[in-house]
Design a protein around this ligand. Structure first.
Ligand code: IPE
Ligand code: IPE
Ligand code: MG
Length: 251
């Protein structure tokens, strides 16, 4: 599908193409509130949120941002009413099936991170098929965090490393940051430069706890279904104004 002309197809001239974030993480929050403000059931916000995500992916592609990781479902989201959880899981499955041909046409490479084994089998099958079919695509690297929890990810890494130590295949002094990273779901990805959270909440809600160590955090009051190219432009402008010191000082 051809993206609707919005006047922001090209990188806006006030952004420096050499200082764009290479990996962006996004907490897509505020779907429920968006729907409730309109008198709709919460799940309508989730449906609208899919369009926002598609548009953001296209925008990343148009503006030359190579990687996006989106938080779709947290390990804590199982605690919501079962109708909402079921709606979300069914929505993921349907969207994956319906969007595959577009992802192929747009060269999107999709991967999922999280405890995928606990998802419904039909969704797991759809995930496996989408990952396999898009594996050689050369466009944007799109990661979806589903049944993802940062603490669980760290525990899983610790267990895998402890197992190797117990089997005598690794010694404790070989455990360093690089080795630890290899055991995370995101082993293949660079750490995010920028974390965007919509709908105003100033928290990371168990997202990418290890990987976000030095990400710039941008929170906007805009609700996820309303987060458009203009809102993304604002996030990138804010990012380019940050002074990333990484613990050092400027001389
Ligand atoms: C984010 O929107 C989507 C998911 C967590 C799946 P919410 O559903 O959290 O919307 P609010 O925060 O209740 O408005
Ligand atoms: C974070 O949003 C999870 C996702 C966007 C998938 P939540 O709405 O679940 O987070 P809290 O409850 O406000 O911390
Ligand atoms: Mg929320």
């Amino acid at each position: 599908m051809i993206a609707k002309p919005t006047g922001l197809q090209k990188l806006p001239s006030d952004l420096d193409e050499n200082r764009l974030p290479q990996q962006i993480a996004v907490i897509m929050d505020g779907n429920g509130r968006w729907a409730q403000q309109r008198g709709f059931p919460r799940v309508m916000g989730h449906r609208k949120g899919v369009d926002t995500l598609k548009e953001l992916l296209r925008c990343c592609r148009d503006w030359g941002i190579p990687g996006l990781t989106a938080y779709a479902f947290s390990t804590e989201n199982w605690g919501r009413p079962s109708e909402e959880v079921d709606f979300l899981l069914t929505l993921f499955e349907r969207v994956l099936r319906q969007q595959l041909s577009e992802m192929m046409a747009e060269e999107v490479r999709i991967r999922f991170v999280g405890n995928l084994e606990a998802l419904p089998e039909s969704l797991q099958a759809e995930i496996a098929s989408a990952m396999e079919q898009t594996a050689n695509n050369q466009g944007i690297e799109f990661t979806v965090a589903s049944n993802y929890g940062g603490r669980q990810e760290i525990i899983a890494a610790c267990r895998a490393i402890a197992q190797q130590v117990q089997e005598g295949r690794l010694s404790p002094d070989q455990v360093d940051e690089a080795l630890f990273k290899q055991h995370l779901y995101t082993a293949h990805l660079p750490d995010p430069d920028l974390l965007i959270r919509t709908s105003g909440e100033m928290r990371i809600s168990n997202f990418l706890l290890w990987q976000l160590a030095y990400a710039e955090i941008y929170v906007t009051d805009t609700l996820w279904p309303d987060f458009d190219r203009h809102a993304f432009h604002q996030a990138l402008l804010a990012f380019q104004q940050r002074d990333r010191r990484f613990g050092k000082i400027r001389k």
